[in-house]
Design a protein around this ligand. Structure first.
Ligand SMILES: [Zn+2]
Length: 272
């Protein structure tokens, strides 16, 4: 916890950088999990790309869960909304059938000033693809399309939240209720040796970007990093890493909720 201790409680200027540190205070966490001192480059801002929601992925969208099918295409995103006064934003995806306000993937866009503030080595980890914006804004925005992803998972033995689509098989899971919502988990052996201080994780439908605590603090409060947010990354050894947990399907979870409501926690069972 010491690695992150000096970030906790710091206040930045009105550029609104915010590092969330609730998980460090949670009973469930083990300080050793945060020892790598890696922080997610997140944003307190969202965007949507409704005009290109069905063309962003090679095979469109799943009718059951709304997720993108196939790989991210080379088509530029047509962005129809972004929060004002931000240098980055994420798109929220979920498990709702279209039409839905959720997007087929959790993607990231950043402003030209943010992009230009990155180093050459950092920029080598992704393609910066210009997005189409409906209305005129001060800055051009770019989608960060990663070249490689570190897999994300969960801590073995901790309660897992998540589910799997009955139709396309897409799943989402984590230890949100134990570690804090938004806290991701990676395996130490998967961390990239090439650029350990700036790398992407997740997959092409769930894009996350991480950097060292030192790098994050350099960005925080800068006028080219407005609405920057951060979450500490949990890093565990392979023996503690859960890459493919047993999950209920959306149908199973829905049927369970109809019967038991939300007061009873859903537990997937192996025979289903
Ligand atoms: Zn699906």
């Amino acid at each position: 916890m010491d690695a992150l201790g000096d970030v906790v409680g710091e206040h930045y200027n009105d550029n609104e950088a915010a590092l969330h540190f609730d998980p460090l205070l949670s009973e469930a966490r083990n300080p050793a999990w945060f020892a790598e001192g890696l922080i997610e480059i997140a944003w307190n801002a969202a965007f949507t790309f409704r005009p290109s929601a069905t063309t962003a992925y090679a095979n469109g969208r799943c009718k059951r869960c709304g997720g993108g099918l196939g790989e991210r295409t080379t088509t530029p995103l047509e962005v129809d909304s972004v929060h004002d006064r931000t240098d980055g934003a994420f798109s929220a995806s979920g498990f709702e059938p279209p039409p839905t306000s959720e997007m087929p993937g959790g993607l990231m866009i950043v402003s030209q000033p943010f992009l230009e503030a990155l180093s050459d080595i950092e920029r080598k980890t992704f393609e910066a693809r210009p997005v189409k914006l409906k209305r005129t804004r001060r800055h051009q925005f770019f989608e960060l399309v990663p070249f490689e992803f570190v897999p994300l998972g969960a801590v073995k033995g901790l309660d897992i939240d998540g589910g799997r689509c009955d139709v396309c098989g897409r799943h989402a899971f984590g230890n949100g209720s134990m570690l804090g919502w938004g806290v991701e988990v990676a395996c130490r052996q998967d961390l990239p040796k090439e650029s350990p201080n700036f790398f992407f994780a997740g997959n092409d439908k769930d894009v996350h970007l991480f950097c060292s605590q030192r790098r994050w603090k350099e960005m925080a409060g800068k006028k080219w990093a407005r609405k920057l947010a951060g979450e500490p990354l949990v890093v565990v050894d392979q023996s503690e890493f859960e890459a493919d947990p047993l999950l209920g399907t959306l149908d199973e979870i829905e049927a369970f909720r109809e019967k038991h409501g939300y007061a009873v926690p859903f537990k997937p069972s192996p025979q289903t």
